[in-house]
Design a protein around this ligand. Structure first.
Ligand SMILES: [Zn+2]
Length: 191
């Protein structure tokens, strides 16, 4: 099977209108970031840089937080790369949605009010869209992974599915669990 997927840059990856919705006046600059199908993970650090965010890693008791003053994101350095990247995307989502808020946002779900919980869920949704944006790409990578383990892309079992998920998750530098949720939300995978 030939490679029919054609994604040259982040404009192709996110789509013009999504890019505009997510990044506003920074959309065209972010859209020019080149995309490499052999390294299909989203370059969050380049996006953060264009958004004017300063990202640092340190010892934290939470996964991370966004501080609107100074546009800073701090991440807990002591977690897996997939979790760290999801937190970075989550805090970037806060920076996009709540740049005018003065408060520092911590990821401690149980302490949130209902309104804050909705903000948190929105940030998680946007984080998933940032990290795993393109449905065609996700379908392509899953098929490729299923083929590579000798499974049939149109009829595979849960064991094969989980192997393919972990392969694709590694390529995208996300956790298998967040990839699974994303594929279920996009109706690429059943429940
Ligand atoms: Zn949050």
């Amino acid at each position: 099977m030939t490679n029919t997927i054609k994604i040259n840059d982040y404009t192709d990856l996110y789509g013009t209108s999504n890019l505009k919705t997510m990044f506003g006046d920074k959309a065209s600059e972010i859209g020019k970031i080149p995309f490499d199908i052999d390294n299909p993970f989203v370059d969050l650090n380049s996006i953060a840089k264009i958004l004017g965010l300063t990202v640092s890693e340190t010892d934290l008791s939470v996964d991370g937080f966004f501080k609107s003053q100074g546009k800073m994101i701090e991440l807990n350095k002591n977690v897996s790369e997939g979790r760290k990247r999801f937190t970075l995307a989550h805090e970037m989502a806060h920076s996009i949605n709540s740049a005018d808020k003065e408060n520092i946002q911590f990821r401690k779900f149980e302490n949130y009010t209902p309104a804050e919980r909705r903000d948190e869920q929105k940030a998680n949704q946007l984080a998933a869209e940032l990290l795993m944006p393109n449905k065609k790409l996700l379908v392509y990578l899953m098929k490729e992974a299923l083929n590579s383990i000798g499974a049939n892309p149109s009829g595979f079992d849960n064991f094969e599915r989980d192997r393919a998920l972990s392969e694709v998750a590694a390529k995208l530098k996300v956790s298998s669990q967040s990839l699974k949720y994303r594929l279920q939300n996009l109706r690429i995978l059943g429940k």
